[in-house]
Design a protein around this ligand. Structure first.
Ligand code: C2O
Length: 544
């Protein structure tokens, strides 16, 4: 293994999309940002210098960060922001992960333009568990705003209403031909016939789960969230913000007389939180003749609210484990948690006009607690023992009232507020069931846990039944991931060992829900051995 050095300078740069030019926050002037390539067990050293007026932090989404929580990146959780003119070096090692992850800004809405892929190759000499691809291509979904997204979220938090949706979805920063004034900004994948391509797909969009398909081609999924899975053939895949999916694309044996459209558009179960436009790119083979215009074949994508497709798709993902060599899923559970995730409201103060439901403000919560961002970082407070000024340890392990997703929503939709955490002893085996609420209508929420991969042992539609559902859990070959969709009007069950000391954020990866407070944190105590302790903070850790 070796150490790989990257230099990330945060600078402003003009970019034009949809005929709108904006000065956007970038890494090294690139949009999307630079690609990081490492091997499993390599050390990564990324020197980040902030040359813009906004405060910045970067997060290495899905990297386990064993003992290196100081490098995780969520603002006011593991670090204070890197202020204008400051430098912070993110220093961490990849351990036992292979596939694709991504990095993104983790403060306010800056991740709109600050994101890029992390390609994790196997250790030297270790092959893929699938045929070696001819070529590897990152495919990043994102969003483009014609106006400043920081202003959009600030305005929406102020007014309590929903923020404006973006103006386009993008593939590798390009909206594609289906948007106005955008045909020249189209992602083109030029392929050769008879080859296998590995597409490393990342959903870095802010607020939408996406369906993706390539006309007349099968996608074979081989890896999700940097863990291999049993190969799964599909025409269409679903990917939530925060998830990554590696697929093999087998090109046709001979150059066909056609061009193929690849397209993505939202899977949107909530009300008014999506737009229905489509990002498209082209799959092009070498020309077969002198014919000028080839027919363009388009893929079919499910309806915006096709939850049946979503449930069926996610239930088919299985890890490489089997009966003989089952996955290392916790069997005996030390602590069980039941969390509701969903939207609610906050009261509107007297001198305000609020644009949320019934004159309130939109809020979002876990077990009815909407997260309050502190003004200093939780991890420092935990490490130096002065946490009682920063957070409380009374995060509710069950919802404050019985929950029935099919029933009439409660009269009182108000959330409570706080910076509350759950404290876990080192190596606690955890089972967490997350249930979507119907307080303001059912909606799917992609929940992301920092510092861990977890096993997705079960999911279902309706209310979770603790007497019947656990018997159906998959403890043999459940998929291992860092972000899971809590189904619209349903539940998902995950299990993990709390073997990484530190403070770990868990939140909905729909940025608007995070902003409304759909986040909480786990504090995991050190274990007895040196290899089970959080290392001391680096000397350049930014201060608040
Ligand atoms: Cu990808 Cu807390 O984030």
């Amino acid at each position: 293994s070796r150490t790989r050095y990257y230099k990330f300078d945060i600078i402003m740069k003009n970019y034009t999309r949809l005929c709108h030019t904006r000065s956007i926050v970038t890494v090294n002037g690139q949009f999307p940002g630079p690609k990081i390539v490492v091997r499993d067990e390599d050390r990564l050293v990324v020197k980040v210098t902030n040359h813009v007026k906004d405060n910045v932090t970067l997060h290495w989404h899905g990297v386990r960060q064993l003992q290196s929580g100081w490098a995780d990146g969520p603002a006011y959780v593991t670090q204070c922001p890197i202020q204008t003119g400051q430098t912070y070096v993110y220093n961490f090692t990849i351990r036992g992960q292979r596939g694709t992850l991504f990095w993104h800004a983790h403060i306010s809405w800056l991740r709109v333009t600050l994101y890029g892929p992390i390609v994790i190759l196997p250790k030297k000499g270790v092959p893929y568990p699938f045929p070696k691809p001819y070529k590897e291509v990152p495919i990043l979904f994102g969003e483009w705003f014609n106006s400043d997204p920081e202003a959009i979220i600030a305005q929406s938090l102020q007014s309590g209403g929903g923020p404006n949706v973006s103006d386009a979805y993008t593939i590798n920063g390009l909206p594609g031909p289906l948007y106005n004034c955008s045909a020249k900004d189209t992602f083109k994948l030029k392929v050769k016939p008879g080859k296998t391509y590995l597409l490393r797909i990342v959903n870095a969009a802010l607020n939408d789960e996406l369906f993706f398909s390539i006309a007349n081609h099968t996608l074979t999924i081989v890896d999700v969230d940097a863990s291999y899975i049993k190969p799964l053939d599909t025409q269409i895949l679903l990917i939530t913000p925060g998830q990554t999916t590696d697929v093999l694309l087998q090109t046709k044996i001979q150059s066909p007389h056609a061009t193929f459209l690849m397209a993505a558009r939202p899977y949107a179960t909530g009300q008014g939180t999506f737009d229905n436009s489509t990002v498209a790119g082209l799959l092009e083979y070498p020309p077969t003749s002198h014919m000028k215009s080839l027919p363009l074949l388009k893929p079919t994508l499910p309806a915006l609210n096709d939850s049946a497709f979503a449930t069926n798709f996610t239930s088919k993902l299985r890890s490489l484990a089997n009966e003989q060599f089952p996955a290392n899923v916790p069997k005996h559970i030390d602590r069980k948690f039941f969390f509701t995730v969903g939207l609610g409201t906050e009261p509107c103060s007297k001198n305000q006009t609020c644009q949320g439901p019934n004159g309130t403000k939109f809020a979002a919560a876990v077990n009815n607690v909407s997260w309050t961002l502190p003004t200093t970082a939780l991890l420092q407070a935990h490490y130096f023992g002065n946490w009682s000024k920063v957070y409380t340890t009374d995060f509710p392990v069950n919802p404050p009232f019985p929950f029935n997703y099919t029933g009439t929503p409660p009269n009182n939709t108000f959330v409570s507020n706080g910076t509350k955490v759950v404290v876990l002893n080192f190596n606690t085996s955890v089972e967490l069931v997350m249930q979507d609420t119907s307080i303001l209508g059912v909606e799917s929420h992609p929940l992301h846990l920092h510092g861990y991969d977890f096993f997705v042992v079960g999911q279902g539609i309706g209310n979770f039944d603790p007497t019947k559902d656990p018997a159906k859990f998959n403890l043999i070959d459940p998929v291992s991931r860092n972000t899971v969709g809590v189904p619209s009007g349903g539940w998902v069950a995950i299990r993990f060992f709390a073997d990484n000391p530190g403070v770990w954020l868990m939140h909905c990866h729909l940025e608007v829900h995070t902003s409304w407070g759909l986040r909480m944190a786990w504090v995991v105590n050190d274990g007895p051995l040196p290899s089970q302790k959080l290392l001391p903070p680096p000397s350049d850790l930014p201060l608040c």
